[in-house]
Ligand binder design. Structure first.
Ligand SMILES: Nc1ncnc2c1ncn2[C@@H]1O[C@H](COP(=O)(O)OP(=O)(O)O)[C@@H](O)[C@H]1O
Ligand SMILES: O=c1ccn([C@@H]2O[C@H](COP(=O)(O)OP(=O)(O)O)[C@@H](O)[C@H]2O)c(=O)[nH]1
Length: 302
């Protein structure tokens, strides 16, 4: 999680600005060094704060009206900070190239986003797909709940509050969790095909994930009415133990879905990257449509 914190909140940048303000404060507070020889030769005692009496200066610029050393100090501090800033920006090179290119070769990844309202049946259909197509199922909601319950997590309370209110957890947290899980899956299971379930639910997540982690092949979108979804969720709530499977949270989640997540589906749809599935029928019927959609997109049974 330290690495999560580090990358999420851009410590290098923060520390360089801290350095900046500390340096400036130090420059402003330290009195100018007194030259003892010059002070001895001056009749008036060294009261340099008086506007009438000038501090005696030595060196080639002694006659210059400009205070050279503070200017040099500011110049060098500025150059140093500019260097630090450029270095920290260069470290964010991930923003130019996704971590995993999209494809099927080594080092490439296939990513299918799975979206739909709460209770539309995303998780249910993902299980079928995993069984038949050997994808790795990564549910953003599950990863967040795991992180919420992890002892020592810095984000536990924050995640709990967002989930209860049906709001979208800040993208840095979710994207980092997904990226970690993808890397672990490639390393430990040798699988590079991912079903990313319940994500991206907000435009910023969609854009950032595709920019820094992997471009998705397409989005599988489950269409369902609120009435059906509510029935399913209340039913699931009897055994799920989830803090958000209750009437009040469900209402909030529906609103978030319409206002925040539907624009993501529309965004991918304009790009020709959405496979729409009617999800009100039985699980088996819905799955038949999923298989057809996969065939159309060139995804084969394994
Ligand atoms: N096609 C379906 N018909 C009836 N019930 C379903 C269907 N698909 C899923 N369910 C049930 O509805 C609830 C929500 O499904 P789930 O897959 O968890 O949805 P989501 O992941 O979209 O929130 C679960 O209890 C599940 O068993
Ligand atoms: O990318 C995500 C995915 C999920 N969530 C949170 O996790 C909750 C549950 O999501 P999940 O996909 O597990 O369940 P669903 O609402 O689809 O049944 C959501 O309401 C959000 O509060 C989030 O913040 N960001």
């Amino acid at each position: 999680m330290t690495s999560l914190l580090r990358s999420s909140f851009r410590l290098p940048l923060a520390s360089s600005s801290r350095f900046f303000s500390t340096s400036i404060r130090r420059l402003a507070q330290e009195p100018a060094p007194v030259d003892p020889q010059a002070a001895k030769n001056t009749k008036v005692s060294a009261n340099y704060s008086s506007p009438q009496i000038r501090k005696p200066r030595r060196g080639p610029y002694a006659d210059s009206p400009l205070p050279v050393f503070p200017l040099l100090a500011i110049f060098f501090t500025g150059s140093f900070l500019f260097y630090q800033l450029s270095k920290s920006r260069a470290g964010q090179g991930k923003s130019h190239y996704p971590l995993f290119p999209t494809g099927v070769a080594d080092g490439e990844a296939t990513v299918i986003f799975v979206l739909g309202g709460p209770g539309a049946g995303k998780g249910t259909q993902c299980s079928n797909i995993v069984r038949d197509y050997k994808f790795k199922h990564l549910s953003a909601g599950d990863l967040l709940r795991e992180e919420q319950d992890r002892q020592g997590s810095d984000f536990g309370d924050l995640i709990k509050e967002y989930i209860r209110d049906g709001k979208i957890v800040p993208m840095e947290v979710t994207i980092q969790l997904l990226e970690n899980a993808m890397q672990a899956t490639i390393k430990n299971d040798g699988i590079n095909k991912f079903l990313i379930d319940g994500f991206p639910r907000k435009m910023d997540q969609a854009i950032q994930f595709e920019k820094s982690v992997c471009k998705s092949n397409f989005t599988l979108f489950f269409e369902c009415t609120e009435k059906v979804m509510e029935e399913r969720l209340l039913n699931r709530g009897k055994t799920s133990g989830r803090a958000d499977d209750n009437e009040e949270s469900i209402r909030k989640r529906f609103r978030t879905f319409v206002e925040t997540s539907m624009p993501v589906v529309e965004y991918f749809d304009k790009d020709g990257r959405v496979v729409k599935i009617q999800a009100v029928q039985t699980p088996d019927e819905v799955y038949e449509h999923v298989k057809l959609g996969f065939t159309e997109r060139g995804i084969k049974l394994v």
